[in-house]
Design a protein around this ligand. Structure first.
Ligand SMILES: [Cu+2]
Length: 323
């Protein structure tokens, strides 16, 4: 993939996957209207088991957070996501519909919370923190819930309504949120069958951006990075998985603005950005040429789907499309 050219992404491949839902954008990430006054925003989430169809047609039992209100779903194939302004009050009503207990967790915001037993609900009143990108997840058995898919993004915009990555931070013309994670289908199968699985044996074979694998990443409006010449595009990488991904840009260089909301002071132009497990990395991509280029992890197994490489389908690879 390192030298892959845009011409190898065929029009046929791009079109055949069809259109996917765009609820994170539709719900307000890209359409977010800045407010002068703080608001209270209510999210009604469940944690549940479901069957997720992989890009190669294989069905896998997974876990997810799902927004019961539907219209406020997560980006791409993720079914829960939070968007608010700093200073808002975020109310999360979370019901655990799994048969095992969970522990809701937002690193840096909401930690060491009470366990939610099967069938139980807990309401969290969260003061929306400083602007930036955040991960929420299950932390009951560290990493296990994440490996099953219990993750979601939270995007906090500045309280002053400015279209910047943080208060006083760099402005952007449009923004995308890319949540990274990975499945080891043996772990999913064991869990579905009520068996335990040793995370030391975790070896992923399906890889996702916003819950999608290539080529479905290239037709989803939340996940395909559509850009216009001259824009500064903000990309928020949120790694909800167990693997480190070095996200590699073809065609462009980006500036790393912050890691876990800590501004990066020594900003240089890079074509590869490391995103560690649990980490949120915000970058700005200045669009200085037209064309279609891939953005993919340099952890090469992760551009496959159960060992199959890119054609006809793959993993954590998406398309940058500047028109
Ligand atoms: Cu490449």
């Amino acid at each position: 993939m390192y030298k892959k050219s845009n011409t190898s992404i065929s029009r046929r491949n791009i079109l055949k996957a069809g259109a996917s839902a765009a609820l994170f954008s539709m719900s307000g990430l890209t359409l977010f209207s800045p407010r002068v006054n703080a608001a209270t925003i209510i999210y009604n989430f469940v944690a549940e088991s479901y069957v997720k169809t992989m890009v190669d047609g294989v069905n896998i039992t997974a876990w997810r957070f799902r927004d019961l209100d539907g219209t406020t779903s997560g980006p791409g194939d993720l079914s829960a996501g939070i968007v608010a302004q700093s200073g808002d009050t975020i109310v999360v009503n979370l019901t655990n519909n799994l048969t095992t207990s969970i522990q809701f967790d937002m690193p840096g915001v909401l930690e060491n919370q009470a366990v939610i037993n099967p069938g139980a609900s807990i309401t969290y009143n969260i003061a929306a923190p400083e602007a930036g990108s955040y991960l929420f997840r299950d932390n009951k058995i560290a990493e296990f819930g994440q490996a099953m898919g219990l993750i979601g993004p939270m995007v906090i915009l500045p309280s002053n309504g400015s279209q910047t990555l943080y208060d006083g931070g760099p402005a952007f013309d449009r923004q995308y949120t890319l949540v990274l994670n990975d499945f080891d289908d043996r772990l999913n199968s064991a869990t579905a069958n009520g068996q335990s699985y040793d995370l030391n044996n975790f070896e992923a074979n399906y890889y996702f951006v916003n819950g999608l694998s290539y080529p479905n990443t290239s037709t989803d409006v939340d996940t395909k990075i559509a850009m216009s010449m001259g824009e500064d595009v903000a990309i928020r990488f949120i790694n909800g998985g167990l693997l480190t991904h070095s996200m590699h840009f073809h065609g462009y260089h980006v500036r790393v603005i912050s890691r876990d909301r800590v501004p990066v002071t020594d900003i240089i132009d890079k074509d590869t950005v490391v995103v560690n497990p649990g980490e949120c990395v915000d970058v700005i991509l200045p669009v200085n040429q037209l064309g279609k280029f891939p953005l993919h992890t340099h952890y090469i197994p992760a551009v496959t789907a159960n060992g199959v490489y890119v054609n006809p389908y793959g993993g954590s690879l998406l398309i940058l499309d500047a028109t």
